[in-house]
Design a protein around this ligand. Structure first.
Ligand code: GTP
Ligand code: MG
Length: 370
């Protein structure tokens, strides 16, 4: 930022404006809350609050997370819900998703363990639903810790023969912390040992009470293996999505979140993005986390090349100069110059931040030795 008012600066520093005014007085500057401060003064005050604060201010103009999307009500269109499937290991998350997609993703997985986040879209009753399959909850935690909110609805998968387990509890607390509605899929009801009533009983402890028992949580008994209850589950997702009134403006430059990214030998940096707002097009200049580039090619979840994708759509892109991280935000820009400018600034900030981290660590080490 080139300039900020005293009030804006106070807000950025999470301080009371009066405190900033006092500091300014100490520097011989008499200021009111609406007074514009120049860059030097901002830096002086920033330094006073420590390096990290200074970084926060300097980073600001390239902080794509800080862009606010203000859409007019009439520009907002209905968008598909983004559904995350969570639950304890082996309770059937991937199999459930297979069943929903009528495909066989699990067979291709090494050792049957989900290695990365799969992102898929289906068409049901004329409407789309986007699904994210998670590898345990690490990725979800990382994303949440980085402020990325990608999920609209959580499907909590609980195996009817196993009941509530540690990661079931984790999933519940993640979904609650994110304020996301939970639909419980009681899975494996085809099994001899299945006891869906016990699952319901156990979940009441977490305030997930079925409608039949006077609560407001939707429970669906399913078998991911033989397909029982899958249609009902999809209907319930669409019901909840309708209540949530999920909307986005498709008619602008895209922004969203990185779901996963890796370095591919042949294709270079490959990132799976979830477009959350706007429409992403091949050729768009784009800033992704601390990297940037131009969208060279886009491939959808079915492995088909696409030219453009709208809100709530996962897509794999190439054309980035470096590999971003899961949970990074991305934003497309109208011209490459801006994207490059912001991208390069972010890259060097990122490097500096890493350097700063390293030097802090070594300082700590030094103190430890004393
Ligand atoms: P992770 O990704 O490792 O956390 O596991 P997951 O929750 O994705 O479980 P996955 O879908 O890999 O299923 C685990 C095992 O349970 C597999 O052997 C599935 O065939 C089996 N399974 C899943 N759903 C059902 C079901 O409805 N009935 C029965 N009988 N078995 C199921
Ligand atoms: Mg899995």
């Amino acid at each position: 930022v080139e300039s900020l008012t005293v009030g804006e600066l106070a807000k950025k520093l999470h301080r009371e404006p009066s405190e900033i005014i006092k500091k300014l007085m100490g520097l011989g500057v008499m200021a009111t809350i609406n007074q514009e401060l120049d860059k030097d003064t901002i830096e002086l005050i920033g330094t006073d609050y420590g390096v990290e604060v200074e970084e926060e201010i300097v980073i600001d103009k390239t902080d794509i997370e800080n862009y606010v999307d203000e859409d007019k009500e009439e520009d907002l269109k209905e968008r598909p819900p983004v559904v995350t499937i969570m639950g304890h290991v082996d309770h059937g998350k991937t199999t459930l998703l297979d069943s929903i997609r009528h495909t066989k993703v699990t067979e291709g997985e090494a050792g049957g363990i989900t290695q990365h986040i799969g992102a898929y879209q289906i068409d049901a009753n004329g409407k789309k639903i986007t699904f994210l399959d998670t590898p345990g909850h690490a990725a979800f935690t990382t994303m949440r810790a980085r402020g990325a909110q990608v999920t609209d609805i959580t499907i909590l998968v609980v195996a009817a023969d196993d009941g509530v387990m540690p990661q079931t509890k984790e999933a519940i607390s993640h979904a609650k912390a994110a304020g996301v509605p939970i639909i419980v899929a009681v899975n494996k009801i085809d099994k001899e040992a299945a006891n869906p009533d016990r699952v319901m009983q156990e979940l009441t402890e977490f305030e997930l009470v079925p409608e039949a028992w006077g609560g407001d949580t939707i429970f669906v008994n399913v078998s991911a293996l033989d397909g029982t209850g899958i249609d009902e589950l999809i209907e319930m997702i669409q019901l909840v999505a309708e209540v949530e009134e999920l909307k986005a403006n498709p008619n602008k430059l895209a922004s969203g979140t990185v779901i996963e990214a890796e370095l591919d030998k042949g294709r270079g940096a490959v990132a799976t993005l979830l477009v959350q707002s706007g429409t992403l097009k091949v050729g768009d200049p784009i800033v992704v986390g601390a990297t940037f580039g131009r969208v060279r090619a886009m491939v959808n979840d079915l492995g088909r090349r696409v030219k453009e994708v709208g809100p709530s759509t996962p897509v794999e892109i190439t054309g980035l100069s470096d590999v971003p991280q899961a949970g990074d935000q991305f934003r497309a820009f109208a011209d490459e110059k801006t994207a490059r400018h912001i991208g390069e600034a972010r890259m060097s900030k990122h490097r500096e931040a890493n350097l700063a981290k390293t030097s802090r660590v070594s300082l700590d080490d030094l103190f430890d030795q004393i």
